[in-house]
Design a protein around this ligand. Sequence first.
Ligand SMILES: [Fe+2]
Ligand SMILES: [Fe+2]
Length: 501
Amino acid sequence: MRDRILHFLTERGSLAEPDAIAYLLKQEDPLASVAEVLRSFQEPPFVITLDDIVRAGAIGRAAASRVAKDVTWQPTVPQVGPPTRVEASVPATFRQSGTPATDIAEDLRILKDITGRSTCEGTLGDFSRYFRHRYTTLARIVRSRPEGAGAIEIAHAKRLTREVKVIGIVRDVRATRNGHRLIELEDETDTANVLVLADSSLVSDPIVDDEVIGVVGKGNDRGLIIAKSIIHPDLPTARTFPRTEDRIRVAFMSDIHVGSRSFLADRWVKVRNWIANGDELARSIRYLIVCGDVVDGIGVYPRQDEDLLLDDVYAQYEALASMLGELPDHLRVVLLPGNHDAVRPAEPQPALPVPVQKLFDSNVVFAGNPCTLSVHGVRILGYHGRSMDDFVSALPGMTYGKPLDAMREMLRKRHLAPIYGGKTPIAPEAEDHLIIDAVPDVFVTGHVHAAAIGEYRGVVLVNSSTWQGQTSYQKMHNIEPMPARLPVVDLHTGEAVMKVF
Ligand SMILES: [Fe+2]
Ligand SMILES: [Fe+2]
């Protein structure tokens, strides 16, 4: 039976992990179960995990019993202590100057995401093609910078003992006993060791595995390159915000975690009432972009069921759909998935599956993660932000409380999740969808349950808070969330404000 399952999967372009196969073998009709699992995906993942099967089973079970089900769960019971004071931090000029959302005709397009375009099967060929695409795309960006022009191949540079310039992918970076830094750099021709001396200012430049950098340095007769400067793909220094004609406002949310016991029902009621009946600022919000972890999901981490109020992922999406259904009709909502949602965990993630989409009103648009949107000509890059786990682990000084630091590094590296093989699962698609190819005007992330607005070289940065209180996991790891903040960006000026609920 094991072979029949494997054959069935490979014929359809998928593989499965051993524990997933073991689970399927225990089912009454393993082949029917496999078929059901595959049907539950808009795009089957290239490697099906046990987690995928558990999620697919939950969606199927709930769908079957749905007709008779009345979702009684309502987000009305306060789950935490007294709500945070609503700060009067939004300047009156901002509050009063927005164009009423009801006066603005919709202009929203998804420019880029993976939905319906996944091609990878997880073969060795896929991996080498994926990294070749990463290298060539980012090397081209480095070369296009004035300081990156004239770079030569590593194989050639290693034979020279004068100043050389090379571009490579970082295969390893580590500190030596003397406080120097040794970077193993690889291009399509060879690998070289680059030494960054302890007394150089470059030693504090955050470098991570698998990013693409340029190095200017002096070669020695042992093939070692002593770095004089490091070139990141980075952003052009001068950028102006595209400025829409009207003062169109976009609000951002993420990490609602519907279904969790620590979902902040009282704050949700507050924000919902404000959006529906609030002041001029509320009336000016035309779009709401929700950047992943829209529900808490099931089986995302061990013993999650103890933290769930709704232990059925389908019921979680139904509850979210009814919550969003209470928002005004003129508000267009865009939903991206995150690592808690019912799509493959490997990034790039496609939009939520069609059976889930059908639960929502027609004013909700579904996009993948990451996703590039054009909103009245303003380019918005949305990424849930799972890779921030890897940035925090890899770089001293990075913390969950300061997501903008990691976001600036993503822009400097022109990559949303450069570290391969860490906590962020990455699917080796034909193209590296996590490269920040075109420069966005607004860059938004979630995931870390912090809240921040800022700017980097003309790009508006937003980390969009959470609607979940501190979980037992966060308590254990001393992570203090910043829930119930609603960042709002004006697409005429690029100005960002944060409203607290
Ligand atoms: Fe989250
Ligand atoms: Fe997340």
